[in-house]
Design a protein around this ligand. Structure first.
Ligand code: HEC
Ligand code: HEC
Ligand code: HEC
Ligand code: HEC
Ligand code: HEC
Ligand code: HEC
Ligand code: HEC
Ligand code: HEC
Length: 419
C-alpha cells in the first residue's frame, strides 16, 4: 500500500507538471507510432504502464513531435524508472548487476575488440549493458555514434510491456547466463531443479511442489540486489588457510595480473578488483553471502544437506585450482626461458588470462585461457547448479585434457627451440 501511495504521488507530480502537454502528446505519439511500429505500441498497451497513464512522453519527453526530429526524443536511463520505482532502483544500485558495464570496460582485452561488440552491444556489450552509466560513459557511446543502451532495467522485463511475468521466468536470464564461460541456464535447466520447474510449468505436478528458479535463489522476495559468495572469477581474499591452495591462488592471481609475477606485490589491477567487487574482499563478506544462500536451500532441504552440497563446490574449486596452477606454471616457465615472447601490451612476461584469446598469437596461452574461462568455470559452477555432466565431462575432464595439451605443446616448443 505504502509503495503504491508513493508511486501515485510521484505520478501526480509528473501529471501536474504538464497535464495538457502529456495528454496531447500521448495521443500524437501513439497515433503516429501505431502506424510506424504497431507492435511496439501494442506491447505498451498490453503492459501495466498504459493502464496507469504512464505514456510514451512520460519516458521519452515531448520534444520530438514529427518525422523530422526523432533525435529529440529522450532515451530514458534508469533514473527515469527511479522516479516511480525507487525501491527496485536502490536495490539494483547495490547489486552486482550494477557493475556489468564497468567490469567489461576494465578488462585489458576490451579496447582491442571491434566497437560493434562493445558500445554497439552485440557481443560483450550485449550482456554487459547492466549497470548505470556515468555521463562520461554515455558520452563515449555517443561520440562513437551509438545512441542506445541507456537503460539496464529493460534487460529482464523488456520494453515496452515491462511484464513482471517475463522477469520471473528463468528464460529472462538466459540471454546472458549461458554459453562459454557461465552456462548457468543450461546447467540449471537440465538439473533436477530445472526439470521440476519445467514439469511444474506444464502443470504435471502441483504448484506447491518445490521447483527453484534462478530468481528464487538469487532474487528472493524480488530483491534486485544480487550477489554470490564466490562470484564469477572464483577468487577471494584473504588467501585460503591451506598452504597448497594459497600457493595455487597466488599463481592464479599472477596470471590475472593482480599480483606482480616477479615480486608478488599487488598491481594497479587489484584496485579495479576491489572497486568493481570482482572478488569478495573479506572472509566475513563471503560467509554472509553463503549463509544467505543456505537459508534459501533450507526452504526445501535440511541445513546439513545444503551445507554439505555447497562445501563440495568449494573443495572442487580447490582441486581445479591445483590443475590450473600447474598449467600456468608450465606456460610461465616458457616465458622465463625466453621461449615465448612477451606481447607488447602485456604488463609482464607472464601469461595474462585477461587478454582472453588476444595472446599475441601464442597458442599455448590460448589453451590456458580456455582452461580458465571455460573449463574451470564450468567445473565449479556446475556443483552450485547441481549438474553432473557439466561438472565432469564439460568441466573437470576438459581441464585434465587442457593440462595434457599444455604439457605436450610445451615439450614441442622446448624441443624445437633446441634445434
Ligand atoms: C508524426 C509522427 C510521429 C509523432 C507524432 C511522434 N513520433 Fe516518434 N518517431 C517518428 C519517426 C518517423 C521516428 C524515427 C523512426 C525511424 O527512424 O525508423 C520516431 C522515433 C521515435 C523514437 C526513437 C528515437 C531514436 O533515437 O531511435 C522514440 C523514442 C519516439 N519516436 C517516441 C515518440 C514520442 C514519445 C512521441 C510523442 C511525444 C512521438 N514519438 C511522436 C514519428 C513520430
Ligand atoms: C516506462 C518507460 C517507457 C515508456 C512508457 C515508453 N518507452 Fe520507449 N523506450 C523506453 C526505454 C527504456 C527504451 C530503450 C532506451 C535505450 O535503449 O537507450 C525505449 C526505446 C524506444 C524506442 C527506440 C528503440 C526501439 O526499440 O525502437 C522507440 C521507438 C520507443 N521507445 C517508442 C516508444 C513509444 C512509441 C512509446 C509509447 C507507446 C514508448 N516508447 C513508451 C522506455 C519507455
Ligand atoms: C510515472 C511513473 C512510472 C515510471 C516513470 C515508470 N513506471 Fe513502471 N510502473 C508504474 C506504475 C504505476 C506501475 C503499476 C504498479 C502496480 O500495478 O503495482 C508500474 C509497473 C511496472 C512494472 C510491473 C509490470 C507488471 O507486469 O506488473 C515494471 C516491471 C515496471 N513498472 C518497470 C519500469 C521501468 C523499467 C521503468 C523505466 C524504464 C518504469 N517502470 C518507469 C509507474 C511508472
Ligand atoms: C553472453 C553474455 C556475455 C558476453 C558476450 C560477455 N559476458 Fe562477461 N559476463 C557475463 C555474465 C552473465 C557474467 C557473470 C557470470 C557469473 O557470475 O558467473 C560475466 C562476467 C564478466 C566479468 C566478471 C565480473 C565479476 O565481477 O565477476 C568480466 C570482467 C566480464 N564478464 C567481461 C567481459 C568481456 C570483456 C567480454 C567480451 C570480451 C564479455 N564479458 C562477454 C555475460 C557476458
Ligand atoms: C536481473 C533481472 C532484472 C533486472 C535487471 C531488473 N529487474 Fe525488476 N524485476 C525482476 C524480477 C525477477 C521481478 C519480479 C520479482 C518478484 O517475484 O516479485 C522484478 C520486479 C520489478 C518490479 C515490480 C515490483 C512489484 O512487486 O510489483 C518493478 C517495478 C521493477 N522490477 C523495476 C525495475 C527497475 C526500475 C529496474 C532497473 C533499476 C529493474 N527492475 C531491473 C528482474 C529484474
Ligand atoms: C537452488 C538454488 C539456485 C538456483 C535455482 C540457481 N542458482 Fe545460481 N547459484 C546458486 C549457488 C548456491 C551459487 C554459488 C553461491 C556461492 O558462491 O556460495 C550460485 C552461483 C551463481 C552465479 C555466480 C557464479 C557461479 O555459477 O557460481 C551466477 C551468475 C548464478 N548463480 C546465476 C544463476 C542463474 C542465471 C540461474 C538460473 C538459470 C541460477 N543461478 C539458478 C544457487 C542457485
Ligand atoms: C543482459 C544480461 C543479463 C541478464 C538478462 C541477467 N544477467 Fe545476471 N549478470 C550479468 C552480468 C554481465 C553479470 C556480471 C556483472 C559484473 O560485471 O559484476 C551478472 C551477474 C549476476 C550475478 C552475480 C554473480 C556474482 O558475481 O556474485 C547473479 C547472481 C546473476 N547475475 C543472476 C541473474 C539472474 C537470476 C537473472 C535473471 C533474473 C540475470 N542475472 C539476468 C548479465 C545479465
Ligand atoms: C524450492 C525448493 C528447493 C530449493 C530452494 C532447493 N532445492 Fe534442491 N531440490 C529440490 C527438489 C524437489 C529436488 C529433487 C529431489 C530428489 O532428487 O528427489 C532437489 C534436488 C537437489 C539436489 C540433487 C539431488 C539428487 O539426488 O540428485 C541437490 C544436490 C540439491 N537439490 C541441492 C540444493 C541446494 C544446495 C540448494 C540451495 C542452494 C537447493 N537444493 C535449493 C528442491 C529445492
Amino acid at each position: 500500500m505504502k509503495r503504491n501511495r508513493i508511486v501515485s504521488i510521484v505520478f501526480l507530480i509528473v501529471m501536474i507538471g504538464g497535464v495538457h502537454a502529456a495528454v496531447g502528446a500521448e495521443e500524437s505519439c501513439v497515433s503516429c507510432h501505431k502506424k510506424l511500429s504497431p507492435g511496439q505500441v501494442a506491447d505498451w498497451a498490453a503492459g501495466k504502464h498504459s493502464a496507469e497513464g504512464v505514456t510514451c512522453s512520460t519516458c521519452h519527453g515531448d520534444k520530438h513531435q514529427s518525422e523530422n526530429d526523432a533525435e529529440a526524443a529522450v532515451l530514458p536511463d534508469e533514473t527515469v524508472c527511479k522516479g516511480c520505482h525507487e525501491t527496485q532502483f536502490n536495490q539494483f544500485t547495490r547489486g552486482k548487476h550494477n557493475y556489468g558495464w564497468k567490469a567489461m570496460n576494465a578488462l585489458p582485452v576490451t579496447p582491442l575488440e571491434p566497437d560493434e561488440l562493445i558500445e554497439g552491444g552485440k557481443g560483450c556489450g550485449g550482456c554487459h549493458n547492466m549497470g548505470i552509466k556515468s555521463e562520461e560513459e554515455k558520452k563515449i557511446l555517443r561520440d562513437q555514434g551509438y545512441r542506445y543502451q541507456n537503460n539496464s532495467c529493460d534487460e529482464c522485463h523488456t520494453r515496452h510491456g515491462f511484464f513482471l511475468k517475463e522477469a520471473r521466468d528463468p528464460k529472462a536470464c538466459r540471454q546472458c547466463h549461458m554459453g562459454y564461460d557461465h552456462p548457468q541456464y543450461e546447467m540449471w535447466e537440465s538439473s533436477k531443479h530445472g526439470t521440476r520447474y519445467h514439469v511444474q510449468e506444464e502443470e504435471k505436478i502441483p504448484e506447491e511442489a518445490g521447483a527453484p528458479s534462478c530468481q528464487y535463489c538469487h532474487m528472493p522476495d524480488g530483491d534486485h540486489e544480487n550477489h554470490t559468495a564466490w562470484g564469477f572469477l572464483g577468487v577471494r581474499l584473504p588467501l585460503p588457510e591451506d598452504e597448497q591452495w594459497a600457493a595455487d591462488r597466488v599463481t592464479i592471481l599472477k596470471a590475472l595480473g593482480v599480483l606482480n609475477p616477479k615480486t608478488g606485490e599487488p598491481t594497479a589491477r587489484l584496485e579495479a578488483v576491489k572497486q568493481l567487487k570482482l572478488a569478495r574482499l573479506t572472509q566475513e563478506r563471503w560467509e554472509t553471502l553463503r549463509e544467505e544462500m543456505i537459508s534459501r536451500c533450507k526452504h526445501c532441504h535440511s541445513e546439513k544437506y545444503a551445507r554439505n552440497q555447497l562445501s563440495m563446490g568449494d573443495s572442487i574449486l580447490q582441486k581445479a585450482d591445483r590443475l590450473m596452477a600447474e598449467a600456468i606454471n608450465i606456460v610461465a616457465s616458457l616465458y622465463d626461458d625466453g621461449l615465448i615472447e612477451k606481447p607488447e601490451n602485456y604488463p609482464f612476461a607472464y601469461p595474462d588470462l585477461l587478454f582472453f584469446m588476444r595472446t599475441g598469437g601464442s597458442y599455448i596461452d590460448q589453451v590456458l585461457c580456455e582452461m580458465y574461462m571455460k573449463h574451470r568455470m564450468r567445473t565449479y559452477q556446475a556443483f552450485f547448479h547441481i549438474n553432473p555432466d557439466y561438472a565432469y565431462w564439460y568441466g573437470w575432464e576438459m581441464m585434465v585434457k587442457d593440462l595434457g595439451e599444455i604439457k605436450k605443446l610445451a615439450k614441442t616448443i622446448r624441443a624445437t627451440a633446441k634445434n
